[in-house]
Every structure is written in structure tokens, then in C-alpha cells.
Design a protein around this ligand. Structure first.
Ligand code: ATP
Length: 496
């Protein structure tokens, strides 16, 4: 049987310690994965690249690190307690299905945002049954997605946050006062989020505990078209799926959309996006995805349809990636206007407004919300290279900055002089700031294969000639070509 790309990627991921099910020895729980030694390195590198691009390079973004358990009034005010639900239905045998997804899969139509009544009608009209056992499905109900808990002796109700964003709004006044930041400025957070998904699936694409990197850009509502990054990003090209295109496709009962290509400048000037800030946010993401090794034609922005977005949205644009199982959201971009600060002002009775030229204003918010796990899975699929005639093993073509190690150092033979030279080079490269693996176990071909399977860009082999002329070979992962270099030059040649 031909394996799907997902199965192939997961087979290597499990074997090489990229990721594996949590609590596997006890049978685990669906929708929970751990990153192993290689996956954790890739994850850390991804976070470092993101932090560099979106925080360090910008003078106006501040990072916080907040708690994942928050008291229930937070989620009452944010609306999550009442509205953060997915439609579900149970069959007589007790299998629970997420109904909008089930309809989308069966009928190839968009079902997100439809009411439970509308979904129930579609289920009945199309005689859709339980995908596990084929029994009829029961009533369509709203299923709350937050994990609840009780805190301490007082047993106060609390929830695990379903997104990192809320901490940013809660601490908004503290951060602004402490940093003396003036609008526009951003507050970022990287951390865990939790959602009790009805149907976790597709490896780490839909899980119940995951990580996000979110930024809230706080902007003077009168300056939504004065983004400081506009000049830098105006020429970047965006693949855009317009709402009109989606309407046209819906009439043909299709979700096979074509996209148009517009520059950031045109997206703003021709009003494809609500404002300059949104245009720049999308442009920044395109540049970032190029760094990650995901081809340009596998990245698009879908303008969400009105029924998919909340009433306060000034425009949402999902960054979608083409996976082997179709296009899927990886970043949610939302123009949230002043909804969040205003809701927390109402809920907490605290003033979260700022004073600007003698007037009180509530900043508007542009929110890009990146999912780390989905991004990692997208990188795995797009950099995966199956084995072929010239290479008898599969491998990952990670960009150097994402790869778990810059290089592996391999003494060709188990001879003390070679091992000593290899160890010396290993230490030198480490001192130069490289992340390096040392591998002296097994045949050399096997060791190249192991390095390729975890996407290490260079393999440096120390052989008997090294002892004569102080040179070693560097094997390039992508071409499998070997070249000889002086030991003293190797560390420089490994630089990303
Ligand atoms: P979906 O419709 O696929 O459930 P969403 O619209 O609820 O996603 P957002 O609330 O916009 O997602 O979250 C922002 C990002 O967080 C997503 O684009 C995704 O990358 C990530 N994310 C959300 N839910 C999950 C999940 N269950 N597992 C892994 N990543 C997730």
C-alpha cells in the first residue's frame, strides 16, 4: 500500500525523535504530542527566528510571558465562556464528531460559522452518518472548548487559556506604563494554549495542547494607515483569496479557490485589506515563510467570509498553507478594532484607555496569531524528500537556521588519532557558536543517512588524510557532494 505523505513524515519523525505521542507507554491521549530531542531543537530555532524577525528587529514590540491558568471572569469578559464552542453530535454508540468539519469533508462546502440548526439540516438532507460506525447522528450541540479547573482551597473556577492573547490585554496598562511605550506599539507572547478539540487529527496540526506566538499591535484608530513598516514591505507579493472568489466557488459547490497576486502596496491602496497595518502584517509573514523553506505557491491569505468572523471584526485574513491534505490555516490575522480592551474595561471596571492629546482613546488592535505546531508540521511536509534511486533514504531539507544542528562531525574509523582530531574540531566549532553533533557509531554510509534524516546540512569527515595535511571533507546534504577543506576553515564554512 502506498503511504500518505503524513504517514511517511510521521514514520521518520517517530524514528528520529522529532515528535511522538505524549504518555505513549500508557496508551496516551489523542491530541497530545511531545517534541523529542530533534523536534525540540527545531522548535527552539523556529521560535528564535520568529523572535528575531518580529520582536528584536522592531523597536516597538515588547515580549511578555504570562500564566496559562486564568480566572473565569477573564473568559466571561472575552466571550470565550459563552461562545468558544464547536458544533458536535454524538451517535448512539457514543462517538462524538465535529459537525462543521464532517460536513466540509463529506460535501466539500464551507460549514464554519453556520448555526447548529443549519448544520442539523445539512446532516439530515445529505444523510450524513457517524464517520466511525455509520450509525445515525444525534442532536447538534455546542461543545465548549476550554479546559476548566479549580484553584486552591477556595476552589475558584479557572480555565487553561485557549490562546495566549488574553494575558496581553490583561497586562496592557502595566506594560504601557512600565515601558512608556507610545502608540503604535506591539506586545508579543510565546506560549502554550489549550483547546479540548472534539476531533484532534493530522499529527500536530490539530492537537489539544499547542503553542502560539501572538502579537497584539496597539494602534491609534486614526493612524491605521500609517504603519512604520510600510515602505520596507510595500513590494512584497501576497497570494490572496478574495471573498468574491469564495462566493463564486460556493455557487459551484466547490472550495477549490484561485488566488490573485497583489503587492502589499496594492493590497492597501486597492482596498483588498482594511488598512495599511493589515497589509504590512501579511507582507511580514510572507517574508518569514520564505525563510522557513515553504514555497511561495504553498502560502496564501484567505479573506474570511463574514459568517466566519465575529461581529466586531474589521477584517480577518487567514494565512493558509497547502498541506498534503489540503489548505489549512496556520496563522489567523485579525483586525479586532477596540473589542478586547473594551470588553475587559467592562468586565473589570478598570480604565484601559490611553490619553492622547488630552483625549481618552482605546487603541485598535491588529492581531497575528501564529501556531507553532502547525508551522512545524508544514515545515516537515515541505522539506521532506523521499528516498530515490540516488539516495536510499528519506531526508529533510531544513533551512540551515532551522536545522537541529549546523553539522555533524564524523571520524571515519575507530582510531584514537582520528577520534582525537575529530573531537578537537568538534570543540572548536562549538566555541565558534555552532550547534554540532558528534557521531562515531556505525558505518559511514549509515551515519550520513542518520544525519540526512534529521536534516543536518553538513557532515564533516575526519579521515587518515586529515592527519597528513590537516584537511577534512565536507559533505553537503542537498547535493551529497564532498569537498576537501583545511580544518582551520571549516568552522567558517559552516556559518549559516
Ligand atoms: P481552526 O479553525 O483550524 O480550529 P482557529 O481559527 O480556531 O483554527 P485561531 O484561534 O485563529 O485558530 O488560532 C491561531 C492559530 O493557532 C491557528 O492558525 C493555528 O496555527 C493554531 N491553532 C489553533 N488551534 C489549534 C490546535 N487545536 N492545534 C494546533 N494548532 C492550533
Amino acid at each position: 500500500m502506498v503511504k500518505s505523505l503524513l504517514d511517511e513524515v510521521m514514520t521518520v519523525s517517530l524514528r528520529r525523535g522529532i515528535l511522538y505521542p505524549s504518555a505513549e507507554i500508557y496508551g496516551g491521549l489523542a491530541g497530545f504530542y511531545d517534541f523529542g530531542p530533534i523536534g525540540a531543537r527545531i522548535r527552539n530555532n523556529l521560535i528564535a527566528l520568529w523572535r528575531n524577525r518580529f520582536i528584536e528587529r522592531r523597536d516597538i514590540v515588547y515580549e511578555i510571558s504570562g500564566n496559562t491558568i486564568l480566572p473565569s471572569p477573564v473568559f466571561k469578559a472575552s466571550g470565550h465562556l459563552d461562545h468558544f464552542t464547536d458544533p458536535s453530535a454524538e451517535c448512539q454508540k457514543g462517538h462524538v464528531s465535529r459537525i462543521d468539519q464532517l460536513i466540509e469533508e463529506k460535501l466539500q462546502i464551507h460549514a464554519e460559522g453556520k448555526s447548529n440548526k443549519e448544520l442539523a439540516e445539512i446532516i439530515a438532507q445529505n444523510k450524513i452518518r457517524c464517520p466511525v460506525c455509520g450509525d445515525p447522528l444525534g442532536e447538534v450541540k455546542s461543545f465548549g472548548l476550554m479546559f476548566g479547573t479549580n484553584v486552591g482551597g477556595e476552589r475558584r473556577q479557572a480555565f487553561l487559556r485557549p490562546e495566549t492573547a488574553q494575558n496581553i490585554f490583561l497586562g496592557f496598562k502595566r506594560v504601557q506604563t512600565a515601558t512608556r511605550a507610545k502608540l503604535p506599539f506591539g506586545v508579543a507572547q510565546i506560549g502554550r494554549s489549550y483547546r479540548n478539540e472534539i476531533s484532534p487529527r493530522q499529527s500536530i496540526v490539530r492537537v489539544r495542547e499547542f503553542s502560539q506566538m501572538e502579537i497584539e499591535y496597539f494602534i491609534d484608530p486614526n493612524q491605521m494607515n500609517e504603519c512604520p513598516f510600510f515602505e520596507e514591505l510595500s513590494g512584497i507579493k501576497l497570494n490572496l483569496v478574495t471573498q468574491e472568489e469564495q462566493e463564486k466557488a460556493a455557487k459551484k459547490k466547490s472550495t477549490d479557490y484561485s488566488s490573485i497576486q497583489v503587492t502589499v502596496k496594492d493590497a492597501y491602496e486597492k482596498k483588498y485589506v482594511p488598512n495599511q497595518w493589515m497589509a504590512c502584517t501579511l507582507g511580514d509573514e510572507v517574508v518569514f515563510f520564505q525563510e522557513l523553506g515553504i514555497p511561495e505557491n504553498a502560502v496564501r491569505f484567505r479573506h474570511m467570509r463574514p459568517e466566519e468572523t465575529p461581529h466586531y471584526s474589521g477584517g480577518n485574513f487567514d494565512l493558509e498553507i497547502l498541506f498534503s491534505f489540503g489548505w489549512k490555516e496556520v496563522i489567523g490575522n485579525a483586525y479586532r478594532q477596540d473589542h478586547d480592551l473594551r470588553s475587559h474595561m467592562n468586565g473589570s471596571k478598570k480604565d484601559l484607555s490611553l490619553e492622547l492629546e488630552g483625549k481618552k482613546i482605546i487603541p485598535h488592535v491588529i492581531e497575528p496569531s501564529f501556531g507553532i505546531d502547525r508551522m512545524i508540521y508544514a515545515i516537515l511536509e515541505h522539506t521532506y524528500r523521499p528516498k530515490n534511486k540516488s539516495r536510499g533514504w528519506s531526508w529533510f531539507q531544513f533551512p540551515v537556521n532551522l536545522a537541529p544542528y549546523h553539522a555533524v562531525i564524523l571520524p571515519l574509523l575507530n582510531r584514537p588519532e582520528l577520534e582525537e582530531a575529530a573531537r578537537r574540531l568538534y570543540q572548536q566549532c562549538k566555541l565558534q557558536g555552532h550547534s554540532i553533533l558528534y557521531d562515531d557509531r556505525g558505518r559511514i554510509g549509515r551515519r550520513y543517512a542518520r544525519a540526512d534524516e534529521i536534516g543536518i546540512p553538513k557532515a564533516v569527515t575526519i579521515d587518515p588524510q586529515t592527519l597528513d595535511d590537516q584537511t577534512a571533507t565536507i559533505r553537503d546534504r542537498d547535493t551529497a557532494q564532498q569537498t576537501r577543506h583545511l580544518l582551520s576553515e571549516i568552522s567558517i564554512l559552516l556559518k549559516p
